[in-house]
Design a protein around this ligand. Structure first.
Ligand SMILES: C[S@@+](CC[C@H](N)C(=O)[O-])C[C@H]1O[C@@H](n2cnc3c(N)ncnc32)[C@H](O)[C@@H]1O
Length: 328
């Protein structure tokens, strides 16, 4: 009897723990199909289903969940509208929409975590498809810019830097911010993924002095020395044993008084353990992505590259995201 009661309580506990999933699922579907935008003004479900060619029964189900979690609101005459839009992701057309984080979580992170039983018992890890996911990942990485850019701004200003190289620059968000704040800076970005590099060039079109090259950091060579080299959110693309080589190359592009800044999620005793552990679980599900470093690993690879760690500071404490500064 007691056993039955415990079973029920346990099952109830798991179901309750999973309720937050409803919110992310609803927001993900709402973002993907622009449903919050369609219901910005009160509309009936069949009106929207017809106008946008959506399955009526599924839209009804999505609406029921929305009403239950209060993301949607019932209006007179059988109509509904989006409620709490200030908390919800804006439409897909907005390149700054936070919906990309839902897309990355739902389409990449959760499926990868669900593959654990299969990949843990076989030789077959998944392969991360850079062409398919590169754009979304570059977009979600740029959400960190707001928090991390001030670190770069301060260093450029304090050092009186004249040139900056961004390795794995993604959509060039940091370079564009630097170009706006320091018009004299000579700015270069290298980016491996062609689609991402093209998008970066498009976004840089108002800054002709900002140069984006579609190149592999391990094959790129440059004679002119840089004052600052940025390596932002790149380490998990590089196997641990190749990281000293990347830093050696970065060091060779650096002037004597230059500095390398690495922005990376990191395993840390104190900060962001939940986030960094789940990030690591995600990266490890792919044969071509690699675990994030711990503080000791960063010091070790820096030493192997003949560099010195001058500081390690959290940028987003709860997310376990750090800025590491390296000097020669
Ligand atoms: C997660 S994104 C980060 C983008 C940007 N640095 C940021 O922090 O917003 C990492 C980028 O590095 C690029 N990348 C990976 N390996 C690279 C390599 N060997 N050389 C140049 N770029 C690389 C990827 O294509 C991807 O766009």
């Amino acid at each position: 009897m007691l056993n039955d009661y415990v079973r029920i309580m346990k099952a109830r506990g798991w179901m309750k723990k999973n309720i937050p999933f409803l919110y992310t699922w609803h927001a993900y579907v709402g973002y993907e199909l622009d449903l919050y935008e369609y219901f910005r003004k009160p509309k009936t479900i069949s009106e929207v289903a017809q106008a946008y060619d959506l399955k009526l029964d599924l839209l009804e189900r999505w609406m029921e969940v929305g009403l239950a979690i209060k993301y949607m609101k019932k209006m007179p005459k059988g109509r509904f509208r989006t409620s709490r839009s200030f908390m919800l992701p804006s439409g897909k057309k907005n390149p700054r929409s936070t919906g990309v984080i839902l897309k990355e979580m739902m389409e990449l992170h959760i499926p990868a975590l669900l593959s654990y039983p299969a990949i843990m018992t076989t030789e077959n890890k998944q392969t991360f498809d850079h062409d398919m996911h590169g754009g979304v990942v570059a977009q979600t990485s740029s959400l960190l810019e707001q928090a991390a850019y001030p670190v770069m701004h301060q260093i450029v200003k304090k050092k009186g830097a004249e040139s900056v190289l961004d390795v794995g620059c993604g959509h060039a968000g940091y370079l564009i911010r630097l170009a706006k704040d320091f018009p004299h800076l000579k700015l270069t970005g290298i980016e491996l993924n062609e689609g991402v590099a093209n998008e970066a060039r498009l976004r840089c079109r108002d800054y002709p002095e900002l140069n984006i090259e579609c190149r592999d950091a391990f094959e790129w060579n440059y004679a002119e020395k840089k004052d600052l080299v940025l390596i932002n959110n790149l380490l998990h693309y590089i196997p641990h044993e190749k990281r000293p080589d990347l830093l050696k190359r970065a060091s060779s592009w650096l002037g004597e008084a230059g500095e390398i800044i690495i922005l990376t999620p990191m395993k840390h005793e104190k900060y962001g353990r939940q986030f960094s552990s789940v990030f690591n679980s995600f990266f490890s599900a792919f044969s071509n992505l690699h675990p994030i470093p711990g503080e000791g690993d960063v010091k070790e690879i820096a030493e192997q590259a003949g560099l010195h760690v001058s500081s390690i500071r959290p940028v987003i404490k709860e997310g376990g995201w750090f800025a590491v500064r390296l000097v020669k």
